[in-house]
Write a protein that binds this ligand. Structure first.
Ligand code: ZN
Length: 352
């Protein structure tokens, strides 16, 4: 048996989130590189638990998996200075994604993970036939279970300016957060309820112009009743509901710091068809139906869908639309999950 030479061999595994829609790199990721394949597990998260730190085999050296949380699709990269044989199994696939001066980079995509603990054996074979097996333990958790953890505490959000930021009852924006640029929609031709104002970010504005033009072309009535809201504006909205329904107000209006309306990417859209009111009947208006069918094509998502209060924390709000961009909106539509579940997965959020 030749002495195992491990000196120049190093395989580093980084845990990675991959979106099946190629092209976006998450702002919260710790490394400057990303990959662009894979699938997102429907409404679920994946946690990496522990793994061994396998050492030697001729020409193939260990794998190191940090014991950290990761979500959605479980993929990671291997780097090695020896070529490995690409592999497809029902548990994982190993694909060469980059070769550069004797550095080979592989993408490992974990597949078919069931909920709960999964034990995987990653079997690596090098170009001369040496084999090294690695044991991985991966725990896949259902995100709606995570979201309903009764012991959750409020955290301040770390990347408030990111379009994918989570703002909900447990994730608060920093005090007096204001988007850097806001456009007054009413002075730029958008229909605004009762000559009010509707401030939104530039990207949201562009998407609204496009979407509202198409809505109006169908002869459907639409106005914006609310866009960006300041913290004090949100205090007023919350007090209004408190005066009407007391403690239940939290279910109807967020406290300051906890509202998507602070982001400048969220609007409430009303229609003359039901006298510009917000009620469940909204979904039966032509506007309600059109939005449900088409809004995602313009990058808008319904933050608080029907029968999802246990996940979102809010009642059904078919008039409340948040701009997340076309890519994200399409994935959410395809998977038929709430934006909450999607954004938690995307941002690797914990529910503690
Ligand atoms: Zn709203």
């Amino acid at each position: 048996m030749p002495k195992r030479d491990i000196q120049n061999l190093l395989i580093v595994v980084c845990l990675w989130i991959i979106s099946f829609s190629a092209g976006f790199i998450l702002y919260s990721l710790p490394s400057p590189e990303s990959s662009q394949t894979g699938t997102i597990y429907n409404a679920s998260t994946v946690y990496a638990a522990e793994s061994d730190n396998v050492s030697e085999a001729p020409n193939i050296l260990g794998i190191e998996v940090p014991n950290e949380t990761f979500y959605a699709n479980a993929s990671f990269k291997l780097s090695t200075d020896k070529a490995l044989v690409e592999k497809e199994t029902e548990n994982y696939s190993l694909r060469l994604i980059e070769e550069n001066k004797n550095q080979f980079r592989y993408l490992v995509t974990l597949d078919n993970l069931s909920e709960g603990e999964n034990k995987l054996t990653l079997s690596l074979t090098d170009e001369v036939g040496n084999i090294n097996n690695h044991q991985l333990t991966v725990n896949r958790m259902n995100i709606s279970t995570c979201l309903q953890n009764p012991d959750r505490t409020v955290k301040e959000t770390v990347f408030p300016f990111a379009i994918e930021v989570v703002v909900d009852k447990y994730n608060k924006l920093p005090d007096n957060f204001i988007p850097p640029v806001l456009i007054n929609g009413s002075t730029r031709g958008l229909p605004v309820y009762k000559n009010g104002s509707a401030y939104v970010t530039p990207e949201t504005f562009d998407a609204l112009v496009e979407m509202i033009k198409d809505i109006q072309q169908q002869g459907i009535s639409v106005v914006i009743s609310s866009g960006y809201r300041s913290f004090s504006g949100q205090t007023k909205a919350h007090s209004y509901w408190s005066s009407l329904i007391g403690d239940k107000a939290n279910y109807y209006a967020a406290l300051p710091g906890f509202s998507e309306h602070h982001l400048g990417t969220t609007v409430d859209l009303l229609t003359v068809e039901n006298n510009f009111t917000i009620s469940d009947a909204y979904e039966n208006t032509r506007l309600g139906k059109w939005l449900k069918e088409n809004a995602y094509k313009y990058g808008f998502t319904m933050s608080y869908p029907k029968d999802k209060q246990h996940i979102t924390g809010y009642r059904y709000e078919p008039w409340h639309w948040r701009y997340l961009g076309k890519e994200h909106a399409k994935i959410i539509e395809d998977l038929q999950i709430t934006p909450t579940e999607y954004l938690y997965s995307l941002n690797r959020m914990s529910c503690e």
